[in-house]
Write a protein that binds this ligand. Structure first.
Ligand SMILES: Nc1ncnc2c1ncn2[C@@H]1O[C@H](COP(=O)(O)OP(=O)(O)OP(=O)(O)O)[C@@H](O)[C@H]1O
Ligand SMILES: [Mg+2]
Length: 250
């Protein structure tokens, strides 16, 4: 059985893709068969963390949604892109960065259910232990269906009042969807703050468990989405927190 983890936030730029990419590598390092899918059709980014800025002619999630291929055909075994390679296996399903394909997805000629149906088939076809789904910020029908179909929802927020407001909305909807185990992750906590105190305040405010509070990281800022924290800084504080998150989630 595959454990499906949806990674979401109400607001943009909370660190979803960064955390999804790094968690996927840690999970593959532990020997698992891991899938990582980029469902941010309007601003795809996951492939960049693995040093690939051009996907060439590889099929993408867009091609599956347009009915041009099975979702499994868009999965790339990227284990050998990693240095060192993981003990397990990592598959990436990218979303297309090509203007025409982004426009095609905006027109939304596919059924909202196509994505969540595809996720189930992908997990079976690739015999995945874990599937991480990086979602676009905010709410749309595909994302709600993805959340409903997932086993866990990792909901990111920053310590910011706009994030608090929107996170409350997602929590309410997740409950209405009869949602999966929901865990909050507070990201980019200013280094002068006490992360334990922030985590406790957020957990009490929302009445939901907080899996971790991740401080602002100079290393992540320097990497700027062009690489993997867990490979470049395996002994950093942020990497050790990500290891704890992964151990608790799966
Ligand atoms: N803890 C952190 N410390 C410093 N920078 C961070 C941290 N987490 C994420 N970032 C940076 O924040 C930026 C946004 O991160 P990312 O793209 O992962 O967010 P996102 O939620 O996926 O955004 P979007 O909503 O646009 O998909 C990136 O430049 C990333 O390096
Ligand atoms: Mg993103």
């Amino acid at each position: 059985m595959t454990i499906t983890i949806a990674i979401h936030s109400f607001r943009r730029g909370t660190g979803k893709s960064t955390i999804a990419a790094n968690m996927a590598v840690l999970l593959a390092d532990s020997g698992m068969r891991v899938g990582l899918i980029d469902t941010s059709l309007q601003s795809p980014s996951l492939h960049m963390f693995f040093g690939r800025f051009d996907l060439g002619r590889n099929p993408t999630l867009n091609d599956y949604l347009a009915g041009r291929c099975e979702l499994g055909m868009a999965a790339i075994n990227i284990s050998r892109w990693l240095n060192p390679p993981p003990v397990g296996t990592l598959f990436l399903v990218p979303a297309s960065g090509e203007a025409d394909k982004i426009l095609e997805s905006l027109r939304g000629s596919y059924h909202a259910e196509a994505l969540s149906e595809g996720l189930g088939a992908l997990s079976n076809d690739l015999d995945l232990d874990v599937l991480l789904v990086d979602t676009p910020a905010g709410l749309n029908e595909e994302t709600l269906l993805t959340i409903a179909a997932a086993d866990r929802l990792l909901l990111l927020l920053r310590p910011d009042h706009q994030d608090y407001q929107g996170t409350g909305v997602v929590i309410e909807l997740a409950h209405r969807l009869g949602s999966p185990k929901l865990l909050l992750l507070v990201n980019e906590v200013p280094v002068s703050f006490d992360t334990g105190e922030v985590a406790m305040r957020v957990a009490t405010g929302f009445g939901q468990p907080v899996i971790a509070a991740l401080p602002h990281s100079e290393e992540l800022q320097m990497i700027g989405s062009g690489g993997l924290l867990v490979r470049r800084h395996p002994n950093s504080l942020s990497t050790s927190i990500l290891r704890q998150i992964v151990a608790e989630l799966v």
